[in-house]
Design a protein around this ligand. Structure first.
Ligand code: SF4
Length: 154
């Protein structure tokens, strides 16, 4: 049996050991908008997300290898979060953004361009003040492999 391709989570916790920068969360008319980094753009080796002064989960988006069944978002053989985004959110762009993750993105692999049209409004961790915002997706539980979830919630 052929091995399944390893896909990446497009909204991974920054503490994931293999987290890499996917985008920077900007603001457009009071709503978050991700600006995706170009290929080859990475954070410096000594970058310490905890020193940002804001929750890195609000300010940045990271990608990391999808933990598949090991993730709390895994439902019915796929990413429940990716499906939920399609159901609950409207597109915020007309064309899929230039994004370096597309070839391995879990959301794109499962839902195609519909994910990309909604993706720029996604922040990995919502602020308390965003609790009632219809624009911001809030992850019901942290995304990532179990060892990371423990550290995130510690
Ligand atoms: S959903 Fe689309 S835009 Fe978002 S990270 Fe995946 S490939 Fe990139």
């Amino acid at each position: 049996m052929a091995e399944e391709k390893q896909l990446d989570c497009p909204s991974a916790p920054h503490q994931h050991p293999e987290a890499r920068l996917l985008g920077v969360v900007l603001e457009e008319e009071g709503a978050p908008r991700v600006s995706y980094v170009e290929k080859g753009v990475d954070l410096p080796e000594d970058f310490d997300a905890e020193q940002l002064g804001v929750d890195p989960g609000h300010a940045l988006r990271f990608a990391a290898p999808c933990a598949n069944k090991g993730c709390g978002q895994w439902k019915e053989g796929g990413c429940g979060l990716g499906r939920e985004i399609i159901k609950r959110l409207q597109p915020v762009v007309d064309v899929a953004p230039a994004c370096t993750l597309r070839a391995t993105c879990r959301w794109f692999a499962e839902n195609g361009t519909a994910s990309c049209l909604r993706c720029p409004q996604i922040v990995t961790r919502r602020k308390k003040s965003d609790a009632v915002s219809p624009h911001v997706h809030a992850t019901p539980s942290p995304v990532g492999p179990p060892d990371r979830r423990e550290r995130v919630t510690a």
